[in-house]
Each structure stands twice: as structure tokens, then as C-alpha cells.
Design a protein. Structure first.
Ligand code: SF4
Lengths: 467, 208
């Protein structure tokens, strides 16, 4: 029998085109997602060198970072944003690449659009000039973020020059307690291994609690692999994966679908495969998690306290806690469920899918957003928006006082008009709480959609199970 | 691509860990469709206050670091987004070499595409270099020999560093990656033929 392999080993080996003299590998790239921010310089590079896009049909483009989430019919007000989006549209057209414009209901955040359209499939190599490309790993695809030079390399050659990473297994054993979501699982992981814990690795998530997650939940977990330092995170495909894909516009059809299912299932990690590192987390020890600081590893349970730098022995750590507390405007040792908030952001490629919105509607139903709090809900794509409206969720949101918007990245990175003012504090379902991420001086607390909804209702961070 | 061989210059200490790409180049400057001109916005929110005035306590604003070409940073430097605007702004500012205990993967990789040498040294050495960077006018960095030399109290000091040979070659020769890969275009074609036979549903399907 051949040596047992991880899913990462299998995908890697099946995509080797050639090996360079220096030991690097030319790896074939099956699918390439393109957005407006990281692509213009790549297309310009192609133009200057007289090169062509090798496989336009393997490439899908949409604008998400810069698009407005209200008054779409008026177009984009900011001239720089407008130019960037128009440049993408022009580049796509010129190179025969499918482009979903703002007016198309399939438009949305690239990492939500790919799975929705069945563009993302198990066993594929998928790249995008965006670090949260790891999201697509939920399908058992090897998906990672690249810089603009590599975007150009992919466009021109449909390959990338790579060195193989190491295998890490993160096993979430047992079942989670009720009310604990995929977001809490991934925050608990980052809390445990730190933001550099996964550097140099591809993470595979395994264990009962991961198997029990829906595809949406798995995407939430894989999405934040990058916050754990890993370029890619993935989950071996199973029945749920195949069912999610059945009938999607780009998924194989009819008999071919059954062939595909057999192939997809063969990709799962073999029994006894070797991992360079194994981390175990007990699912039933996780309760709703939030971040208190300015790094995604600054995680505490909702019944916990803001840390005290005085008891930190490591000088570097002490300094960074002090810096974070100062930026966040928090006092050491205060209970985190006393932290008052001004804004709420529900959306992003981490938590902007239909399941997330359904969870929010459960909390919002029959309740009201606290006076003085502005709470926005930004669906991840036009299709998510359409589905939510079909189910009547929009009415629940509006009735409760939430601001129901159009799809895009929005206040996840505040590149469009949606941003925090200095010192404003936000309960956010996104993935980064860096200084200035949601607007200069803005203070971000990361959490699950349920927790963000509860924060909107109470005006402070709250365990939603106590509502 | 830009070459890197030797460099001699002053170094700026940046004593912050987990410096993320939002800190290196905030999003409002990502709306450009060019690669150049980002240097003036490097570390923008650490360098300027809300009214656009220089924050004098920040190293980049201090006279003695005015012409520095080396940055000595904390661990996990460059974490966060994949934006190549981060190394573009660093290179455009005039920094060609970074010294840190560790880097985030994507950023590390992006440096080599832009003629920037990211050196990895242990934490104690990095912190010693940060402390001495005020008094040492010239750090000499030699990629070929893989060492950093400088004069300290009139004594010549040498620190060597490790680097992946493929990455070293790429910087020394300033190779055009895409051109090199395109030399193997026949292999790419063969790969596609084989893959289409084995996994035919990957081919010929496009969104309408
Ligand atoms: S939603 Fe946020 S993290 Fe996701 S792609 Fe958009 S900006 Fe990046």
C-alpha cells in the first residue's frame, strides 16, 4: 500500500506541473478570483510585457471592496473607488474574463460568490489577491491569498511557483454546547495558537465539531486560517460538501456529478497520514468568544475580563497589551460584558452568509436595537440578500431597527463610505480588529453574528444566551 | 524584477510586534491603480495625526532616521492582508531591507517580488540591533555573503543570516518569474491535457 496522505498532500501532488532547478515547484492553478483592489497593477504588467491571460475561463472577477452598500443606482461617489472598479470592468472585458458588475444580483464578496456559483470545488487549487481566499478551503480545495505580482503570474501562466508548506491538524473533539458557533470555534483556535501559530503550515480542521458544522460554518472557520498565520486551511469533503454543490451553476451536472462526487470523496485525508503538528481543542470547553484588543489573538470568553498588563511577565507582551488597551480605551480587569458599543457591523466574508442572517433574525425578532446604537447588516452577496428577503428576514431586521444594506465588504475594512469615527466602538462579525481597520481610531470587537446582534439590542457586549 | 545585492545604510527601529499591513499602508491608499508613489503614505496613521501633522515621537519622523534604508521590526511583521501595496510603499519610501524575528507568509513572499530583502534573526539579536541603531550610522548588508557588518565602538561586528537559496538567487539576479515559467509553457500544456482527461468537468464551463 502507498503511504497515507493528507488532503493537502494529495491536492499538491496532483497539481505539480514541473520542478525548477532551485527545488521550487510550478503548481497548476485551477481557479482564480479577481477583485478591483489587488488586480489593476497585474493587468497593467501584462499589458506592458505584451502577455495574454492564459485561461480567461478559469478566472472570475467582481468588485466588492469599494462598492457602496446604499443608493447603488447613484453609482460610486468617490472618484478613486469609481476608477478602480471601472478599471476592473475594462480589464475583464479586454481579457474576456467573466465579470459580475454591481448591478448583477450575483455580485458580492468574492469569497461568498465563488462557493455560491459552484466555482469553488473540492480538490481545486484556487487563488485570489486576497488573504481570506482560505475561505474556499471549507470545500476541500487548496485555496490561498496572493500578492499582485502573483496575480499577474497566475493570469499569464495559470500556475504559481511554490514551495510546499507543512501539514498541521487542528482537531476539535466532541460537540459544542448550544449557542456556540463556528466563529467561536475559530476564535478559540486563534486564542490558543496565536496569530503566528499557523505560519508555514496548511491547516486541516478535523474532529466531530467540524463535521457537525454546516458548509457556511466551515467557511467561517477556514476564512480565519489567515488570522491564525496559515495561508490556507481546509476540511476534507464529505456528503455535506457534495450536497451543497449539487445544482450550483458551475457544478458538474447529471452523471458527471456522480463521477465528481467519487473523486471528491477520494481526496479526504487517509487514515494514519502524517501531520507535522497536531493541536487539539475540546469543543465543550468553548463558550461565546470576543476579542478585547487589536490583534485577532486577543480573545476572551464573554464571561471573562480585560487582561491586566501588570501580571504579564514577558516584556514585549506587556507592552503590546498596554498599547492595545490604550487604543481600545479599556481598563484592565473590567468584565468584558460591561463594554458599551456605538455601532454594530454584521457581514463580511466571515459571517455574511444566509445562515448568519437567519441566526441574527432569531435574536432580532420582537426586539429593538438599543437607542443610540447604529447597527448595520450587510449581506455577503446579492443572492444572500435576495434569499433573506424571500424569507422575510429584512422585515424583521428593519422592524427591530437594523440598517439593511446592499452587498459588499463594507465596514469590514471601511474602504467605501461605511466606517467608524475615531473612538467609536463596534461589535463586528468580521475577521480583523487591527488599529484603524474599520476607520481611523475605530475600536473593533470581533464576535459571532448572534453575539453582535445581542450587542445591538443591549448596547453592550452580552452573552446572547442571557437575552 | 528589482535586484538586491549589497546595501549600506542607516536603520530605523520599529519596536512594535504584529505590525499588520493595515498599519503599513492604510486602506484609503489602496484605491490607486499604480504601483508607485505610495512611500509618502507608509505607516500613515502612525506618522501623522488626524489633522495631518507629523507625530514627532514616531521614528520615521525623526531627523536621525531621515535617510534610513533598513527597518528593524518586531516579530510577525506584515501580518494581515495580502496587499502588495505594503512592500510597494516600503520600497517606494526607500527601505530595501527589513530585519525582524519573523514575518507573515504572504508579506515575506511579496518582499522578494519587489527587491526587498527580509532578514530573519533571533529576537535577542533584533532587539540588540534596535538598541544600537541610533549610534550606528552604517549597517552593511551583503546578500551574497549572507552577513550584516557594522562598526560598534570602533570594533567590526559581523552577524550572519540564513536565507532560502532559491529566494536568494531571485533577489541577486532580479529574475523575471513570469518569463521563467513561460519557458516551461509546454509542460503547462501537457498538464492541462492530462487534467482534462482525468477531471473533464473542470474544463469548458463558464458563467453566463
Ligand atoms: S469582507 Fe473583509 S476580509 Fe472579506 S474580502 Fe472583503 S475586506 Fe477582505
Amino acid at each position: 500500500m502507498s503511504t497515507p496522505k493528507t488532503i493537502y498532500d494529495k491536492i499538491w501532488e496532483s497539481h505539480i506541473v514541473d520542478t525548477n532547478d532551485d527545488g521550487t515547484t510550478i503548481l497548476y492553478i485551477d481557479r482564480h478570483l479577481v477583485h478591483e483592489v489587488t488586480s489593476p497593477q497585474a493587468f497593467e504588467g501584462l499589458r506592458l510585457s505584451g502577455r495574454k491571460v492564459r485561461r480567461p475561463e478559469f478566472t472570475l472577477a467582481t468588485a466588492d471592496h469599494n462598492v457602496p452598500t446604499a443608493d447603488r443606482d447613484k453609482g460610486i461617489a468617490d472618484p478613486d473607488s469609481k476608477l478602480q472598479v471601472e478599471t476592473l470592468e475594462m480589464n475583464a472585458k479586454e481579457n474576456n474574463i467573466t465579470y459580475l458588475p454591481m448591478t448583477d444580483k450575483r455580485q458580492g464578496i468574492v469569497h461568498i460568490v465563488g462557493p455560491e456559483q459552484g466555482f469553488t470545488q473540492p480538490g481545486m487549487t484556487i487563488v485570489c489577491g486576497d488573504s481570506h481566499t482560505s475561505t474556499h478551503g471549507a470545500f476541500g480545495a487548496l485555496a490561498w491569498g496572493i500578492g499582485t505580482s502573483e496575480v499577474e503570474h497566475t493570469l499569464a501562466t495559470q500556475t504559481l511557483v511554490q514551495t510546499k508548506a507543512k501539514n498541521m491538524c487542528i482537531k476539535i473533539t466532541g460537540k459544542v454546547i448550544e449557542g456556540v458557533t463556528a466563529k467561536d470555534i475559530v476564535l478559540a483556535i486563534i486564542r490558543k495558537i496565536g496569530t503566528a501559530g499557523g505560519t508555514g503550515y496548511v491547516i486541516e480542521y478535523t474532529g466531530e465539531a467540524i463535521r457537525n458544522l454546516s458548509m457556511e460554518g466551515r467557511m467561517t472557520v477556514c476564512n480565519m486560517s489567515i488570522e491564525a498565520g496559515a495561508r490556507a486551511g481546509l476540511i476534507s469533503p464529505d456528503e455535506k460538501t457534495c450536497e451543497y454543490l449539487r445544482g450550483r451553476p458551475l457544478a458538474p451536472k447529471g452523471e458527471v456529478f456522480e463521477d465528481a462526487v467519487n473523486y471528491w470523496k477520494s481526496l479526504a485525508t487517509d487514515e494514519g497520514a502524517h501531520y507535522d503538528s497536531v493541536v487539539e481543542v475540546k469543543a465543550d470547553e468553548i463558550i461565546p468568544q470576543i476579542t478585547w484588543g487589536t490583534s485577532p489573538e486577543d480573545v476572551v470568553s464573554i464571561d471573562g475580563f480585560v487582561p491586566d498588563p501588570e501580571i504579564e511577565k514577558n516584556a514585549d507582551k506587556k507592552k503590546s497589551i498596554e498599547r492595545a488597551l490604550d487604543y481600545m480605551g479599556l481598563e484592565p480587569n473590567m468584565p468584558v460584558n460591561e463594554i458599551k458599543i456605538d455601532k454594530v457591523f454584521i457581514g463580511s466574508c466571515t459571517n455574511g452568509r444566509i445562515e448568519d442572517l437567519r441566526a441574527v433574525s432569531q435574536i432580532a425578532k420582537g426586539r429593538k436595537v438599543e437607542k443610540g446604537v447604529h447597527a448595520m447588516i450587510v449581506p455577503g452577496s446579492g443572492l444572500v440578500k435576495e434569499q433573506a428577503e424571500k424569507e422575510g428576514l429584512d422585515k424583521i431586521f428593519i422592524e427591530a431597527g437594523f440598517d439593511w444594506r446592499d452587498p459588499g465588504c463594507s465596514m469590514c475594512l471601511a474602504m467605501n463610505a461605511d466606517k467608524l469615527q475615531p473612538q467609536e466602538r463596534c461589535a463586528s462579525t468580521s475577521n480583523r480588529n487591527f488599529e484603524g481597520r474599520q476607520g481611523r481610531g475605530g475600536r473593533t470587537h470581533l464576535m459571532s453574528p448572534q453575539m453582535a446582534a445581542a450587542a445591538a439590542i443591549r448596547g453592550k457586549l452580552t452573552d446572547f444566551r442571557d437575552l | 524584477m528589482e535586484k538586491f545585492n549589497k546595501l549600506s545604510g542607516h536603520a530605523i527601529p520599529l519596536r512594535i510586534t504584529n505590525v499588520d499591513t493595515d498599519m503599513i499602508i492604510p486602506k484609503q491608499f489602496l484605491k490607486t491603480i499604480k504601483r508607485t508613489g505610495l512611500g509618502e503614505f507608509l505607516f500613515y496613521e502612525l506618522r501623522y495625526d488626524q489633522d495631518g501633522n507629523k507625530i514627532s515621537s514616531f521614528a520615521l519622523n525623526q531627523e536621525q532616521y531621515k535617510d534610513a534604508s533598513i527597518l528593524i521590526a518586531g516579530k510577525n511583521f506584515g501580518c494581515g492582508s495580502s496587499r502588495e501595496h505594503a512592500p510597494w510603499s516600503i520600497a517606494d519610501y526607500g527601505i530595501k531591507c527589513i530585519i525582524a524575528p519573523s514575518y507573515a507568509d504572504i508579506f515575506y513572499n511579496n518582499c522578494f517580488k519587489n527587491g526587498i530583502l527580509p532578514i530573519i534573526l533571533d529576537e535577542a539579536t533584533v532587539s540588540r540591533l534596535q538598541d544600537t541603531s541610533d549610534s550606528i550610522l552604517n549597517f552593511n548588508i551583503d546578500l551574497e555573503k549572507q552577513n550584516i557588518t557594522f562598526l560598534e565602538n570602533n570594533e567590526k561586528k559581523e552577524i550572519s543570516f540564513e536565507i532560502d537559496p532559491a529566494k536568494k538567487k531571485c533577489l541577486l539576479e532580479g529574475l523575471d518569474d513570469i518569463g521563467l515559467t513561460l519557458n516551461k509553457v509546454a509542460s503547462i500544456g501537457h498538464f492541462e491535457e492530462d487534467q482534462e482527461n482525468e477531471i473533464p468537468w473542470l474544463y469548458g464551463n463558464k458563467l453566463k
